[in-house]
Design a protein around this ligand. Structure first.
Ligand SMILES: [Zn+2]
Ligand SMILES: [Zn+2]
Length: 345
């Protein structure tokens, strides 16, 4: 089959590799339909690692995908050949303390699609996965919507972890990339009013406004704290950080009110943030870390099926598998108004 492999920093090529085969009677083989290019894929492409997870070349990335089931093991009964499926990229053991505590996303033996040292990714024609990772959506979603369920589920999970006490909470999001927009869409679907978006790229602010953000701040032009005060004199109850940027974290701490919550979703490039402890302590801020998602895939599917979320609004570019290197270059360079690029097979 064809697969796109990373061969070095900012180097990738389309190549021929053996088809993956079922390794258990619970496995299914999936012919990929649509694959999303994720910010984490871009980190592996441009930097060769995320924190301690280092790429050993050649390696295939990609974890946001939908596809058609083409083969099933004898013990598979949740999907059948021909089904269009959403693929949850997380494979867990089911027996460790984390799995038993209902936390498969932090499974001690977690294997994640397209994560170095774990599983080869989905930027290829076929993958094999345990059938429990597949949710059939044939008559409910198209292939692109189905591939966007993974990033949307992270937004759904971030909002769930924030445990908003009431809809009138003042809320802002830092970063209008695919995850920031997913958080925005989930908050809007929940009926949260007056959501602010803070983002340095004007074309991304425009997209956030189209989707439904009530007020916009560009930190390259405006003093963020002053601009937020104009919107909400008493500042924010909840701030979602979805950029992985130190300056955004600094701003988040400034614009939270005492007792506020900072939800960290973005991945910082060098695994470290500095927090202003004077402000954090005086305001008694709560920090919530988000690790991918836990049990939010079905919720994300429901939001799209019901029409409450139009998830494809985050998509700006579409490519075919051969054009994957172009897609990565466009996304990494924020070229041509890129937010979310999809690869169609
Ligand atoms: Zn992703
Ligand atoms: Zn486990």
């Amino acid at each position: 089959m064809k697969a796109v492999v990373l061969t070095g920093i900012r180097q990738m090529k389309l190549t021929e590799v053996p088809d993956p085969v079922l390794t258990s009677e619970q496995d299914v083989k999936i012919k990929l339909s649509t694959i999303g290019v994720c910010g984490s894929d871009i980190h592996y492409y441009a930097e060769g690692n995320i924190g301690s997870q280092v790429v050993e070349y050649p390696f295939t990335v990609g974890h946001e995908c939908s596809g058609i089931i083409v083969e099933v093991g004898k013990d598979v009964n949740n999907v059948k050949v021909g089904d269009l499926v959403v693929v949850d990229p997380s494979v867990h053991c089911g027996t460790c303390d984390q799995c038993l505590a209902g936390r498969p996303h932090t499974c001690r033996n977690n294997k994640f699609l397209g994560c170095p040292g774990q599983l080869e990714g989905c930027l290829s024609e076929f993958i094999v996965m345990p059938s429990y990772t597949c949710i059939p959506v044939s008559d409910q979603l198209n292939a692109m919507q189905a591939a966007l369920i993974e990033p949307l589920s992270i937004g759904v999970y971030a909002v769930k972890l924030a445990q908003m006490q009431h809809k009138e909470s003042s809320t802002a999001i830092l970063g209008a990339g695919p995850i920031g927009l997913s958080i925005l869409m989930k908050l809007l679907a929940d009926g949260v009013p007056n959501i602010g978006m803070i983002e340095p790229l004007d074309y991304r602010l425009d997209r956030a406004e189209e989707i439904g953000a009530s007020w916009l701040v560009n930190p390259n032009r405006d003093d963020v704290e002053a601009a937020v005060k104009k919107q909400e004199e008493l500042l924010m109850d909840i701030v979602f950080e979805a950029s992985g940027d130190q300056q955004a974290v600094d701003n988040a701490i400034k614009i939270l009110k005492p007792g506020g919550k900072l939800v960290l979703v973005g991945i910082p490039p060098d695994a470290q943030y500095v927090f202003n402890m004077d402000l954090m302590r005086r305001k008694e801020l709560t920090i919530i870390n988000v690790r991918r998602q836990n049990h939010c895939v079905e919720d994300a599917i429901d939001l799209v099926v019901s029409g409450k979320v139009q998830v494809s609004k985050m998509v700006t570019h579409e490519f075919n598998l051969e054009e994957t290197p172009v897609a990565f270059d466009v996304v990494e360079g924020y070229k041509f108004g890129a937010i979310k690029a999809m690869i169609n097979l």
